[in-house]
Ligand binder design. Structure first.
Ligand SMILES: Nc1ncnc2c1ncn2[C@@H]1O[C@H](COP(=O)(O)OP(=O)(O)OP(=O)(O)O)[C@@H](O)[C@H]1O
Length: 270
């Protein structure tokens, strides 16, 4: 069947008017963002701007004060706990610190979701090994998380996030705490995942190099709102002053940096 040329695809995730505050501190202020199917979208912003809060709201870990989170057109904020848990089976998540279970071996960590849903142990181990090889790790299936390096743990975390073939993958600061070479390894694996599987990816980072490699769309979150949404190729050419400040890493500029107070200015002048 022919698809009309001007038909706009439904966003896989559509965030509408999302607001979240803690006490009198407004973190998300009417955030609106569309994540299209098969796209890799990266939300960038300086530390403490609410990138993790945004992901936690989508995952149901935090309850927003207002707004809608539509996934394939369905508002996840109105689902029952059981319905939400069922939808979560389609999601993969890489946590900032990899968050491996200390008491489980590497392969059991990778196959965690498969085992939880009753997959035969032998089959689950085979699939886990396949995913470990995909991230470039061999012969570590039976090691414990305490026996592997931080870079390996991050790759194990990535293998775990995609082992059950999710439709959507969330990546929280995928390169934080890694050396530049290991960061590049992780960035390339994520780019390869996107290229090979066409999975919809939503990542958050303040690592500009990573954002440029792992995504095809970039959204800037700042002062509670999404200010710019651009193709990643425009990261270094778009002239939005907030984006320029973040990309070039200046303390002074339109992005209100709380440590850059009067005292700091005076200390630098003296
Ligand atoms: N459960 C909570 N209770 C109170 N304040 C919170 C809570 N979670 C987050 N915050 C506050 O919300 C703000 C945004 O935090 P968040 O972790 O989303 O920042 P971020 O942009 O992900 O930063 P980073 O890049 O450093 O990880 C911070 O000021 C944080 O202290």
């Amino acid at each position: 069947m022919d698809v009309p040329v001007n038909e706009v695809p439904t966003p896989r995730i559509s965030i509408r008017g999302l607001s979240k505050r803690f006490g009198d501190k407004v973190i998300l202020d009417d955030v609106t963002l569309d994540i299209m199917p098969g796209r890799s979208t990266c939300v960038i912003g300086m530390s403490g701007t609410g990138k993790s809060v945004l992901i936690k709201c989508i995952l149901g870990i935090l309850k927003p004060d207002a707004g809608e989170i539509l996934v394939d057109g369905e508002n996840w904020l109105t689902l029952s706990e059981d319905e939400h848990l069922r939808r979560m089976q389609r999601i993969g998540m890489l946590f900032q610190g990899a968050a491996l279970f200390d008491s489980l071996s590497v392969w059991e960590n990778v196959a965690f979701t498969l085992l939880r849903h009753g997959m035969d142990k032998h089959k689950a181990r085979e699939r886990a090994s396949e995913m470990l090889h995909w991230v470039g790790l061999y012969d570590i299936e039976d090691k414990m998380p305490s026996e592997i390096s931080g870079g390996m743990a991050k790759r194990v975390g990535l293998a775990r996030s995609i082992c059950h073939k999710p439709d959507i993958v969330f990546l929280d600061e995928p390169t934080t705490g890694l050396d530049p070479i290991m960061s590049d390894v992780i960035n390339r694996l994520i780019a390869r995942l996107h290229q090979e599987s066409g999975t919809t990816i939503l990542s958050i980072t303040h690592d500009m190099k990573s954002a440029a490699i792992i995504s095809d769309q970039i959204a800037l979150l700042c002062h509670g709102k999404v200010h710019v949404q651009i193709p990643s190729g425009q990261l270094h050419t778009n002239q939005n002053p907030m984006l320029r400040q973040l990309v070039e890493g200046h303390a002074e500029g339109p992005v209100n940096c709380s440590i850059w107070g009067k005292q700091m200015e005076e200390a630098v002048k003296s």
